[in-house]
Design a protein. Structure first.
Length: 442
């Protein structure tokens, strides 16, 4: 009976998250609360299902990203790129998605699209073109580029911290595949929109400035502290295992981002407060951090933990192994494609969390390929597959709502028409490279 109730709670939680009728953090926390109040999961057990390392890592990165955003770094960077290519739209159509993909290897794609989608709208308005194709290309590149590192996309943070893989593991294994796939996506998007790109007028820096787009850093102090903190965080994420052994102290992925983030916050708190006050609105830097996502993750960890406790995850793992018929490459491709298709329909964060437990169980059975290979296949699938619909990943929702705020309608059909073909090609390329990785161990 507990198994049926837990599956019911899980499915209702998923459906409500996908419907976007209620805030997703409220839905996830409500699902967790029901599991606790029904006695299926005890409160002390619930806390053990939460991956606090994942929460700490995300919190630290969120702080550093907010500091850089408030300094005006991201807006400055995008305009710098546009200026370097002399405001040539053909080059911008390649470089903006490339910028989105590369930035998303080190920071949350939500933040990347928050500034880049808005900037793209104003650039497109100046060029007198439709911004939608470029924004969707940026989203697809950001989600794909995010697959390259541990911190690039929330699914990777979950898979890495829960299954014991670090920053370097992702860079060596998913990194090259994600970069090749990202190039495929950008090349296809460019070809897809070649007619529009052939008919665009010349744009100048002055025209953009008249639209209110200026290449300026709001605060040098915030900029240098933010960049310094980000460099230290990435260095610690790359080397924290080796440093732990050398110094005989436990440096986790969470502390690798939290220590520099909290130090930066202490150093720039007053400066940030003054900057926020001058621009109006919220004057507390911490309140600008995406705390709703952290609460969402906590609730979701508990809901999926209920599936683990009641044995549902074990049944899912056995079902996938049986479907592959003992063929390791077939299982890897099932993980990649099933993960990709599913993440186009539901948010890839809860999907990755559920599948992390499935991979644990398959690994315990000893009947599947190496755990690392399964993680790489799943990571690529859920990150890229999320491109497929407006709700497939959080970055999609941000870009879609940004366009709506500027009265640009996209619609599901048009989104899918623009996003699915390049994503399908990229996933074909990834499938081939994962199979080669299995056979040749590169």
């Amino acid at each position: 009976m507990d198994k049926i109730i837990t599956v019911g709670i899980f499915l209702v939680t998923y459906i409500l998250i996908a419907s976007e009728k209620l805030p997703r953090h409220i839905v996830a926390l409500a699902g967790a609360l029901i599991l606790v109040t029904t006695g299926i999961v005890r409160l002390d057990e619930a806390m053990t299902y939460v991956s606090w390392e994942t929460i700490g890592l995300l919190f630290g990165m969120f702080i550093l990203i907010v500091v850089l955003a408030e300094a005006g770094f991201f807006n400055w960077l995008a305009l710098e790129v546009a200026e370097r290519v002399n405001f040539d739209l053909k080059k911008i159509f390649i470089l903006f998605p490339l910028l989105a993909g590369l930035l998303s290897t080190f920071m949350d794609s939500i933040t990347v699209l928050l500034f880049l989608a808005t900037l793209t709208y104003y650039v497109a308005r100046t060029f007198k073109i439709d911004p939608v194709p470029l924004v969707i290309a940026e989203v697809c590149a950001a989600n794909t580029g995010g697959a390259a590192t541990l911190v690039g996309d929330p699914p990777n943070v979950i898979l890495g911290t829960m299954l014991g893989f670090g920053f370097n593991d992702f860079v060596r294994n998913t990194g090259p595949i994600a970069m090749i796939s990202m190039v495929v996506i950008i090349a296809y998007a460019f070809w897809q929109n070649r007619k529009m790109l052939a008919q665009t007028p010349k744009v100048t820096k002055e025209l953009l400035e008249r639209e209110g787009l200026k290449k300026e850093i709001k605060s040098q102090k915030l900029l240098w502290h933010g960049l310094g903190g980000m460099v230290v965080a990435v260095f610690l994420l790359v080397t924290h295992r080796e440093l732990s052994e050398l110094l005989h102290i436990d440096i986790s992925a969470a502390s690798a981002s939290l220590f520099p983030a909290l130090f930066v916050l202490a150093m720039v708190g007053r400066e940030a407060e003054e900057l926020l006050k001058s621009s109006g609105g919220e004057t507390n830097l911490l309140k600008k951090i995406d705390s709703e996502s952290l609460l969402f993750f906590i609730g979701l960890f508990i809901v999926v933990g209920g599936l683990e406790k009641t044995g549902v995850i074990d049944l899912m793992a056995k079902g996938m192994v049986e479907a592959a018929g003992g063929n390791h490459v077939a299982l890897l491709l099932i993980l990649l494609w099933a993960g990709g298709i599913a993440s186009a329909v539901v948010d890839n964060v809860p999907l990755a969390l559920t599948m992390a437990y499935v991979l644990k169980d398959i690994d315990k059975m000893g009947t599947g390929p190496a755990l690392g290979l399964m993680v790489w296949a799943l990571s690529l699938g859920v990150d890229m597959g999320g491109n497929g619909t407006p709700v497939g990943a959080s970055a999609n929702v941000v870009a879609y709502s940004t366009m709506e705020r500027h009265e640009v309608k996209i619609g599901w059909v048009r989104w899918m028409k623009l996003a699915i073909p390049p994503t399908f090609l990229a996933m074909l390329v990834s499938s081939l490279l994962i199979a080669l990785k299995y056979y040749y161990h590169f």
